[in-house]
Design a protein around this ligand. Structure first.
Ligand SMILES: [Ca+2]
Ligand SMILES: [Ca+2]
Ligand SMILES: [Ca+2]
Ligand SMILES: [Ca+2]
Length: 368
């Protein structure tokens, strides 16, 4: 009997061990395909660093491409060939900038022409490249956002005043002269291809040694807020209290072959004033921060005429009859249903009411 128990226990242990090893063998979620995909990652030694990388479909062929910045070498734009491999982009000559000590990069359509433009920070003048289809043109000087003072790291495009034009916030760690404050600029997009640095009047001109910044409408009031990370002064949360203007936000939910968060999906919104804006769901850009995924559109005085979504699998859906100043959930395959995201605080409200009723009952019992 003892032998039976011993061999039975041993057999069970052996079976579980083999199953565990087999499960481990099939559970590895990632595999390094860098070389196989044709990505010629340089071997770097010493202090040189690759500091920023971001994905976006810059050529609108439906396949996500990526850009890598380098503090001591050329930045690289890779184009997705659509077969699992990548090639150096044919537009690479206009985006490499070998002399720039670059930090974080991000894509956004700042001029509302339907093409994703590229911004990246540097030690020294910053770079804004306008996507003209056949090349990226360096427009930082004419756009007025060159900001030569200091070392830039993270950055984010956000329409802080909901006027339908993407503005730009930049985290700066060090001033150029090593003496003055390294305050962070907020560049307001004037809608004519130029930007104006609001300076201290922005209220978010953080003087600390900033490295990261992330944007989200944390209090769901329709105004996008900022979280700034500093080397030496911890985090600062800047609540947006701009004057009211129309807005609408979308929470995308994938399905089938489309990832849960709809990363890589592209949204077009046409307003009643005739303007069309485009945003892509991008997860992570800049340095040391990741923004709210939900596409957020400012509308000024206008309302929404129509939206369309191009999902990562190529499927396209449209919807109309939207109401401004609210958040919609867009489910893959059911975009036209336009589900309002609703009030997000029902659990807290339910708990509050529960406690209130509880207190009332306790108080009533105490006075009986
Ligand atoms: Ca592409
Ligand atoms: Ca553009
Ligand atoms: Ca704006
Ligand atoms: Ca807010």
């Amino acid at each position: 009997m003892r032998k039976l128990i011993f061999w039975g226990t041993f057999g069970l242990f052996l079976t579980l061990m083999i199953r565990g090893v087999m499960a481990q063998g099939t559970a590895v979620p990632f595999v390094d395909v860098t070389e196989a995909a044709g990505i010629t990652a340089p071997i770097r030694q010493g202090r040189e660093k690759i500091t920023g990388q971001t994905w976006a479909d810059y050529d609108q062929d439906g396949w996500p491409d990526f850009y890598v910045t380098d503090t001591d070498g050329a930045n690289v734009l890779y184009r997705n060939n659509g077969d699992g491999s990548f090639s150096i982009s044919p537009l690479s000559d206009s985006v490499v900038l070998p002399d720039a000590l670059s930090g974080g990069a991000l894509f956004a359509d700042y001029d509302n022409d339907g093409r994703l433009d590229l911004f990246f920070s540097n030690a020294g003048p910053m770079t804004l490249l306008r996507n003209q289809g056949d090349e990226f043109a360096d427009v930082a000087e004419s756009a007025g956002e060159r900001f030569p003072q200091g070392i830039g790291w993270g950055s984010v495009f956000l329409d802080y005043d909901n006027d339908g034009w993407q503005d730009l916030y930049l985290a700066v760690s060090d001033p150029a002269d090593g003496k003055s404050d390294a305050r962070n600029p907020l560049f307001r997009n004037n809608g004519d291809g130029t930007f104006t640095d609001l300076g201290p009047a922005s209220g978010a001109a953080d003087p600390g040694r900033s490295t990261g910044v992330a944007a989200a409408d944390y209090d769901r009031d329709g105004r996008v807020d900022l979280l700034v990370g500093n080397f030496d002064q911890g985090y600062r949360l800047y609540r947006n209290q701009s004057e009211a203007a129309n807005w609408v936000s979308f929470h995308l939910v994938g399905g089938g072959a489309v990832n849960r968060d709809g990363i890589g999906a592209r949204m077009y919104l046409t307003a009643t004033d005739g303007r069309t804006q485009m945003q892509e769901v991008i997860c992570g850009s800049g340095v040391g921060g990741s923004n709210m995924l939900d596409p957020h559109f400012g509308l000024g005085d206008a309302e929404v005429a129509e939206i369309s979504v191009r999902w990562p699998d190529g499927a396209e859906e449209t919807a109309a009859n939207l109401t401004v100043n609210q958040i919609y959930t867009l489910n893959y395959g059911r975009v036209a249903e336009l589900t309002p995201a609703g009030f997000a605080y029902w659990p807290e409200v339910a708990l509050f009411l529960f406690l209130l009723v509880g207190l009332f009952l306790v108080r009533a019992a105490a006075f009986q």
